[in-house]
Write a protein that binds this ligand. Structure first.
Ligand code: B12
Length: 221
């Protein structure tokens, strides 16, 4: 087990150790590295984008190259989600202003870590964020929107073949909520972000958490 307590770790120089620990299933080591980064004043956004995200992207590459199993990929994701749950108390602010956001994944999309990160960034900015996780149908999302009447909706779109599902979801939201601002994030927007912005009004595609913070700050001004 590690001596990371005595080290000054930033996300970048902890990356190799974190990735190794993640793949080995060494949750305790991952937690130590995460704690060290937080103790050294690494921002949560930086931790998410500088450590967790690149580690999971690397896990995806290793899985695609058949160098790790699906089980290892699942384990690495589960550990990361566990770490994010532990971090949650660090990101709660007491300065809530009453604005609400609902965050879900596109129907059919099972990748949910990025959606949770986006939900956490809203919380850090004092929003009440309702994170639905993956696996929700469009009907369920519409029902939640009806009950909560949010100021914004965020959808996570990772796999490009979910584009039709995304468009269908956006069209159905627009039928009932013609003006509700919608953010679409995730790796799918690298290829399809412009297409959906052109096809739907008041839809903004966002590729990372820094851009998200910028959008939130604009709304909050
Ligand atoms: C873990 C994982 C899974 C897990 C997900 C479990 C879970 N709890 O989420 C499971 C096993 C379910 C899975 C399944 C599949 N997966 Co997968 N998976 C991954 C993996 C390794 C990590 C995903 C992740 O968490 N990334 C880290 C997060 C933080 O990154 P992110 O989502 O991009 O989020 C960031 C931004 O995009 C943004 N963001 C994301 N969402 C949102 C939302 C909003 C509103 C905003 C503002 C911002 C935002 O903010 C985040 C921080 O910057 C990736 C590798 C990769 N490159 O991501 C492959 C990957 C995404 N999967 C892939 C594939 C192919 C699949 C499957 C089709 C495999 C299969 N044959 O079954 C299925 C599809 C299932 C489905 N219906 O969705 C491919 C996708 C290729 C493509 N471009 O289409 C990848 C890239 C792997 C690879 N290298 O090929 N997968």
């Amino acid at each position: 087990m590690s001596q990371s307590k005595s080290l000054k770790l930033t996300p970048l120089d902890g990356f190799g150790r974190f990735l190794d620990a993640l793949i080995q299933g060494d949750e305790a080591e991952c937690a130590l590295i995460t704690n060290c980064a937080l103790e050294n004043d690494t921002s949560i956004t930086n931790l998410y984008q500088g450590l967790f995200q690149p580690a999971l992207y690397r896990v995806g590459e290793l899985w695609a190259a058949n160098r790790i199993s699906v089980a290892t990929e699942h384990m690495a994701t589960a550990i990361t989600e566990g770490l994010m749950n532990r971090i949650y108390p660090h990101l709660i602010t007491h300065n809530h202003h009453g604005r609400k956001v609902v965050i879900a994944t596109v129907e059919g999309e099972l990748h949910q870590v990025g959606a949770k990160m986006a939900a956490d960034v809203f919380e850090m900015h004092g929003w009440d964020s309702l994170y639905l996780g993956s696996g929700q149908s469009t009907a369920t999302l519409l029902s939640v929107l009806g009950k909560t009447q949010p100021d914004m909706v965020g959808l996570s779109f990772s796999v490009f073949y979910h584009m039709d599902s995304l468009k269908n979801m956006l069209a159905q939201i627009r039928e009932t909520y013609p003006d509700l601002p919608i953010l679409v994030g995730g790796q799918g927007v690298d290829l399809g972000g412009n297409e959906i912005e052109e096809a739907f009004s008041n839809v903004t595609s966002i590729s990372n958490l820094d851009l998200l913070s910028g959008v939130i700050l604009n709304v909050d001004e």
